[in-house]
Design a binder for this molecule. Structure first.
Ligand SMILES: *Cc1c(COP(=O)(O)O)cnc(C)c1O
Ligand code: SF4
Length: 358
């Protein structure tokens, strides 16, 4: 029996003809679609959230190719090889990317429910310039030989596009490794394919276990959050899974104070905890999405910290080949001397507290 989510993938919106059912395609969009050789598209569900008449719609801009992708002034060549330390001495299967001692990213598929135009793995996922072998058993074998890895981040592509049986196998095998203490999934499914959170998937993910499962999704704009998202997240939580968000800061999409605040407030309203906001990485062909490096910290300062609950606040980071580097606002301590600290709040008011010697 075909489940609804599988129907969503079967009806994937990846042609002009299918896209026309949802929006009035602009001349520029049409030209970019006709001339691109990259993979593009999304589910009918996600396409239905597009504004039919506005080419600047934040969802259209994430999904529909743009002529600007051919302009690459600041993107790095072979970005993923650099970013995922693929050219280092340590021998690892293609599926394992490593920047840290205690945790790795384990890529299990390169298929997605949306081929994000801003994707930092676009050389692999969108452009198909990089060809890697994501053999799950090979990755599991490597993990079994690396007892220092206690935290496995399963990623892609979108791992939730795998069938229930494959996910069940993967989770079971990971949990059999005595050193694996937690499993994380990076998936846009709650946002682009909430139908994927089926009773079958819940059975695979759910239940009390020594090794918990955490999910991080990627939601970049408040328009991406619907009643369906809320229900999907609730279902995941109902089987013991925490859902966080890793937003990408995108120029003209979510880099203004109002949108940034609304995004983070709305995430909490559907029970998603903001985890990271990423600087849009220096992958090739996505210059047009990139903001200044400091923008994330500025938005946290101007839109979130103090202006709304601390629960809404993600950490602003830049992902690099040596790990994620925090880029947070730093105006809070205005001064200190032997007697006191002077602290500043979001309104610019200051206060003092005693400086106690250690
Ligand atoms: C992002 C990432 C992780 C996980 O980082 P956290 O800060 O723990 O979420 C692990 N390994 C690689 C290679 C990564 O890119
Ligand atoms: S879902 Fe993730 S991996 Fe897939 S295109 Fe989007 S950002 Fe890239």
């Amino acid at each position: 029996m075909t489940e609804e989510w599988q129907g969503q993938l079967k009806d994937f919106v990846n042609s002009i003809e299918r896209l026309e059912r949802f929006i009035n395609i602009s001349a520029e969009e049409r030209k970019a679609i006709e001339s691109t050789s990259s993979t593009w598209g999304t589910t009918p569900y996600f396409a239905s959230l597009m504004d039919p008449d506005d080419p600047a719609c934040p969802i259209r801009r994430q999904v529909i190719p743009s002529g600007q992708e051919n302009i690459n002034t600041y993107g790095m060549q072979d970005y993923l090889v650099w970013k995922e330390n693929r050219a280092t001495e340590e021998v690892r299967p293609d599926s394992i990317a490593r920047q840290y001692v205690d945790r790795v990213a384990f890529t299990v598929t390169q298929n997605c429910g949306v081929y994000c135009r801003h994707c930092f793995r676009k050389e692999l996922v969108v452009d198909g310039d990089l060809s890697l072998d994501f053999n799950v058993d090979e990755g599991l074998q490597w993990l079994s030989e690396h007892p220092e890895v206690r935290d496995v981040l399963v990623t892609g592509g979108d791992p939730f596009l795998l069938p229930d049986e494959q996910l069940e196998y993967l989770i079971r095998k990971l949990r059999e490794l005595p050193h694996v203490q937690m499993i994380r999934f990076g998936t846009r499914a709650p946002i682009v394919l909430p139908q994927r959170i089926t009773p079958g998937l819940k059975k695979v993910l759910g239940g009390y276990h020594r090794v918990p499962i955490w999910v991080n999704t990627q939601c970049n704009h408040p328009n991406e959050i619907t009643e369906e998202t809320a229900k999907a997240v609730f279902e995941l939580m109902g089987c013991g899974i925490n859902v966080g968000n890793q937003a990408v800061l995108l120029k003209g999409i979510n880099d203004d104070v109002e949108t940034f605040r609304e995004l983070h407030q709305k995430l909490l309203r559907v029970r998603i905890k903001p985890y990271y906001v990423f600087y849009c990485e220096s992958a090739p062909g996505i210059d047009h999405f990139r903001t200044p490096v400091e923008k994330g910290a500025e938005l946290i300062r101007d839109a979130l910290r103090g202006h709304t609950t601390g629960l809404a606040q993600p950490m602003s980071v830049i992902a690099t080949n040596i790990g994620k580097i925090p880029l947070m606002p730093d105006y809070y301590i205005q001064g200190k001397n032997d007697k006191e600290y002077t602290l500043r709040n979001h309104k610019g008011e200051t206060t003092t507290i005693p400086n106690m010697p250690e």
